[in-house]
Every structure is written in structure tokens, then in C-alpha cells.
Design a protein around this ligand. Structure first.
Ligand SMILES: C[S@@+](CC[C@H](N)C(=O)[O-])C[C@H]1O[C@@H](n2cnc3c(N)ncnc32)[C@H](O)[C@@H]1O
Length: 293
């Protein structure tokens, strides 16, 4: 562990967020270890969404593991691309384990006057239902930490989490997942498919409207002309339809690092199956059916 983070005892049973007195102050230096999500408290109650967003009924995009929240900040600014669903612009919410990053991201959002953006600190995995997310259209899980098979319970995409996503997503809602670690991408895909609650799709259900070109983005030709970015390579016919490109145009910090190193990224988009299909696959019986109209 680096000296910057040596004060955080990952085995400490203390709930997350209780190390504020030893808060990381140099936000430019990312943590050099993966924070154990099992040592971070879940979010037990929904924030007052009405006081955080100008219009809490807008379609919502949730970014799980948003780190410093830069990607959401760019989306919320709506000056490069604007996401819309049925003509309505999105709200954005990021969840991140590492509380100091969340505090800094919320301060920045406030300073920029973004009333369509908020960040929450906590372990997203056990928290989804409690957050009472309104009109949740899209969940993004981008480059989740690649815990080993031995520590599978620390991963984001677990069977229980997939089930809770299916429950809280609006009808037709989508999940976008990506990783530069192929075994993890395969594992996430297998977990999504095993749930029988999602199908692979190549089309976003929201509109990505180009407001202006992103001056910081790499030229698409440069990034994606490599054969390694072809969606299904020869002999990979049992693979899902990996997306050849970033669906939301803008790249996360990890996206940009990988692309600059020509490191392949496995991206896949899922759409929640219609309720009838979900019920046939018997999620939680009638109680679930009645409470998710
Ligand atoms: C490799 S970083 C990727 C950051 C960002 N998504 C990107 O693409 O640049 C993974 C982030 O997910 C966060 N994370 C991992 N598990 C999480 C969980 N269960 N809940 C919330 N955040 C989590 C980590 O703290 C870390 O900041």
C-alpha cells in the first residue's frame, strides 16, 4: 500500500466514511489499491432527490464506481454531447466507495452549478433498492475492480446485484458494462446472462446528441481502426456482440488510458427484459410483480 493511503486499515470494521479526519487531500493522485467494498457501508436511505435535482423525474443515468466523477461531469455539462430519452435530458448520479472523491466531486458539481448531477459515497452493490431511484434508465459499470475469483464476493456484478438492477430499472432500461480485463468481462457477461433478466443489445435506448466535437477525445479513426476492435473476432462466435466503440461518445478516465495504450476494451450493452418475461422467470413471485408496475 502506498504511504498516502497507509492510514486506511482495510480490515477495520469501522463503517466507510469514518476516516474523514485522515482524509486524502491530494485528489490528483488516485488510490493505488482497490478499496474493499465489503468494508464500506451500504447506503441505507434515499437522499432527498427533489432537493438535489431541478427535476428529479428526468431520466436518470447511474454510474457505479465513478471514481472522481469526471465522466459524469462532462455528460452533465451537456456541451459536448447531451443524452435524452423521449426528448427529455438526463440527470446523472455517481456512486463511489471512496468518500473523499465523492465529497470533492459534489463540491465541483455545486461550483459548476450542475443541478442535474449528484454523487453518493458507499458500496453500490447492496444499496440500489434503498436509493429509490426515480426513472432509472441507464446503469453504467465501467472498468469495475477486477477482484480475483477467490474474492468474487467483492465484485460489482454479482447475481444479487443483477437482480436488484432489474428491479430498479425503468421498463426498457439498459445496463452498459465494460472492462479491459477479458476474464472479468466474460464473468460479468455470464452473470448478466445467467440472470435471464437481460438481453444483449447493440442500440442505446436513449439518444446521444452531438452538441460539439470533443476536443480532448482521440480521433475515432486512430482508436478504432485496429482489427482488435472488431466486435466479434474470428472463432469468437459464442461471444456477445462486443460494442466496437464507446456508446456515449465521451470516455471515462480509464477508457482514455486504455485507448492511449491501444489496450482492448470489452464493452457490452444489455436491455432489461420486459416484465412479463421477468415474471415468467420468477424473480420474486407476486410481490415483485405487484411492486414493479
Ligand atoms: C478501476 S476504477 C474505474 C473508474 C471509472 N469508472 C473509470 O472508468 O475511469 C473502479 C472504481 O469503482 C469503485 N468501486 C468498486 N466497487 C464499488 C462498489 N461496490 N460501489 C461503488 N464503487 C465501487 C472503486 O472505488 C473505483 O474508484
Amino acid at each position: 500500500m502506498c504511504s498516502l493511503h497507509a492510514h486506511v486499515n482495510l480490515n477495520d470494521a469501522t463503517p466507510a466514511g469514518d476516516f474523514t479526519s485522515k482524509r486524502k487531500t491530494n485528489m490528483a493522485r488516485p488510490p493505488k489499491y482497490m478499496l474493499n467494498p465489503l468494508g464500506v457501508a451500504s447506503l441505507e436511505a434515499a437522499p432527498d432527490w427533489g432537493s438535489l435535482y431541478d427535476d428529479p423525474t428526468r431520466p436518470l443515468l447511474l454510474d457505479i464506481g465513478c471514481a472522481k466523477g469526471q465522466w459524469l461531469r462532462q455528460l452533465a455539462a451537456e456541451n459536448i454531447v447531451r443524452l435524452e430519452k423521449d426528448g427529455r435530458p438526463f440527470n446523472y448520479c455517481g456512486v463511489e466507495l471512496y468518500e473523499p472523491l465523492v465529497l470533492a466531486a459534489n463540491e465541483q458539481a455545486k461550483a459548476l452549478g450542475h443541478r442535474n448531477l449528484h454523487y453518493l459515497a458507499g458500496n453500490a452493490v447492496p444499496s440500489l433498492r434503498a436509493l429509490q431511484l426515480l426513472n432509472l434508465q441507464t446503469v453504467c459499470i465501467q472498468f469495475p475492480d477486477p477482484w480475483s475469483a477467490k474474492k468474487r464476493d467483492r465484485r460489482v456484478v454479482t447475481p444479487e446485484f443483477v437482480k436488484s438492477m432489474a428491479e430498479v430499472l425503468a421498463p426498457g432500461g439498459q445496463v452498459y458494462v465494460c472492462s479491459d480485463v477479458k476474464p472479468l468481462a466474460d464473468d460479468m457477461h455470464a452473470t448478466m446472462m445467467a440472470s435471464e433478466m437481460f438481453s444483449v443489445t447493440e442500440e442505446l435506448s436513449c439518444e446521444v446528441i452531438h452538441v460539439r466535437d470533443d476536443p480532448t477525445a482521440l480521433d475515432e479513426q486512430d482508436c478504432f481502426s485496429s482489427p482488435t476492435y472488431v466486435s466479434v473476432a474470428e472463432g469468437e462466435d459464442k461471444e456477445p456482440a462486443w460494442l466496437p466503440n464507446r456508446p456515449f461518445i465521451l470516455g471515462t478516465e480509464r477508457d482514455l488510458v486504455c485507448e492511449q495504450k491501444w489496450r482492448r476494451i470489452w464493452r457490452v450493452l444489455y436491455t432489461r427484459l420486459p416484465l412479463g418475461d421477468l415474471h415468467d422467470k420468477s424473480v420474486d413471485g407476486w410481490w415483485w410483480w405487484i411492486t414493479n408496475p
